[in-house]
Design a binder for this molecule. Sequence first.
Ligand SMILES: O=C(O)C(=O)C[C@]1(C(=O)O)C=C[C@@H](O)C=C1
Length: 359
Amino acid sequence: MKLEDYRNLLDQIDDQILTLLQERAAIVKRVGEFKSRTGVERIYAPHREREILSRLEAQNRGQFPSDGLHTIYTEIISACRALERPLSIAFLGPAGSFGHAVSSHLFGKSVKFVAVTPQPDIFTTVESGRADYGVVAIENSTHGTVRDVLEMFQYTNLQICGECFLPIKQHLLSKSPLAQIKKIYSHPQAFAQCRQWLGQNMSGVQQIEVSSTSEAAKLAASEPNTAAVAGQLAGETYGLSVVGESIMDGPNNTTRFLVIGSHSAARTGRDRTSILFAVKDKVGALWEVLQVLKNYKVNMSKIESLPSHTKAWEYVFFVDLEGHAEDGNVRKALTEINELCVMMKILGTYPIGEQSEGF
Ligand SMILES: O=C(O)C(=O)C[C@]1(C(=O)O)C=C[C@@H](O)C=C1
């Protein structure tokens, strides 16, 4: 066959793909009409999106590049979802942050992005309806919990409806050569993730903490002889070069992000449930709660204590459990924990996050 013949075949395939995309779009519009008529489900159905992506990835068996399939399908669903109603997503701004990268990985490009600073304000942005969903960083594998985000869960009625694990690569970005850098901007978490490299290679250079890595990149782009510790997307967004590549101390530096909105997700079979509770002031109170989880064979993947903010030295516990809140064993365990505790709140039940490709 000649090159032209192959190209003719590709044209025919592309025509078929286009016809199918048009048919898909028409059906999704009807799904949107059905949802608004009946009110059965929200436009964004994270469990359903996960089901589609998992099914196609399993069926593909690597015949089409797996990352490519994920990206294409995220964008197909994003464009179709926008036909029902375009969604707005709040992330830690300005543009180019890791939160921005995760938001577009999860929701695709056919959404309106709303840049918000600092992270706790993402909660108020969603609560007030200025955005439909928010994406917040909750913990990092090297540096631990993002406390100001965790604390917000004590006060909000928003629900967690998704999560995503993002391998984070921090770089030293600048318009100037390394030897001329006098000041480095970054978010405190990013500085903490790169402490060793900065100590060895940039000792004596002033470090200035700012509200996000993308803000740091924006500042470094506007001032000579400055640099930012930030990710690749921030560097590309503000036209900075990589003068120190992958400078993080831990090789598997990963951040966990949560999606918050007005609802949780339905069951997928691989789910997580986050709860917050306060125990009674008595011997063994926390042990009793953990015993309930053991009895119902519910695996706990995280526990973190926070000051209760109502009384000095009183604590609330933030716990992640494996399973959906409607799974029999989880439901029974939650009922018993609720009876044992002074307060218990389900923060959300949602599909276990996948590890997204690094940015
Ligand atoms: O199945 C639905 O609920 C849809 O609205 C359709 C669709 C899709 O494009 O397949 C779009 C948005 C939802 O988040 C999930 C899936």
